[in-house]
Ligand binder design. Structure first.
Ligand code: RP5
Length: 170
């Protein structure tokens, strides 16, 4: 028997964190996915620069609190995902948040170019939806119900494409 199913847990198993509340308009897409799949999550602003001690505490304590995956979004000099990855055993999914000046390329490069030994699973610029889906897939490796829900989601994607194709041909 594996670990308790995320779906039967009442406490958060995914931590959705971001460097600023201004990142929420992007990061809420991850929240929406977790809601859709019924995965318990928590949301917290944790800044690598403005609250560095809180960031270290969050990373060090997350596993012990029952968190199994961290989704971390940040923009600009986006050090939060990488610094969290440095202080936690948990998988960290990084979301580059686009800011006004450099369209998120700065965020992407800050998050994706991690040194060997400290991985961050980086999604596309603004790709919080995929971060949520990746978290579900990671949890699904030890949870049949979640894996089945992901399979159904993928069937839904294919159905949507087929419907659009049919509409094009009318
Ligand atoms: C980053 O600085 C945050 O992740 C955010 O994307 C960016 C700007 O933060 P605010 O000045 O809007 O609080 O650390």
């Amino acid at each position: 028997m594996g670990a308790m199913s995320p779906l039967s847990s009442s406490s958060p198993v995914v931590g959705v964190v971001m460097g600023s509340d201004s990142d929420w308009s992007v990061m809420r897409d991850a929240r929406d996915v977790l809601e859709e799949f019924g995965v318990p999550y928590e949301v917290e602003v944790v800044s690598a620069h403005r609250t560095p001690e809180k960031m270290i505490d969050y990373g060090r304590q997350a596993r012990g609190r029952g968190i199994r995956v961290i989704i971390a979004g940040a923009g600009g000099a986006a050090h939060l995902p990488g610094m969290l990855a440095a202080v936690t055993e948990l998988p960290v999914i990084g979301v580059p948040v686009p800011l006004a000046r450099l369209d998120g390329l700065d965020s992407l490069l800050s998050i994706v170019q991690m040194p060997g030994g400290v991985p961050v699973a980086t999604v596309s610029i603004g790709g919080a939806k995929n971060a949520g889906l990746l978290a579900v897939q990671i949890l699904g490796t030890s949870d049949e119900a979640l894996a089945d829900a992901m399979a159904a989601y993928q069937v839904g994607l294919a159905d949507t494409v087929a419907e659009k194709n049919d509409a094009l041909k009318k």
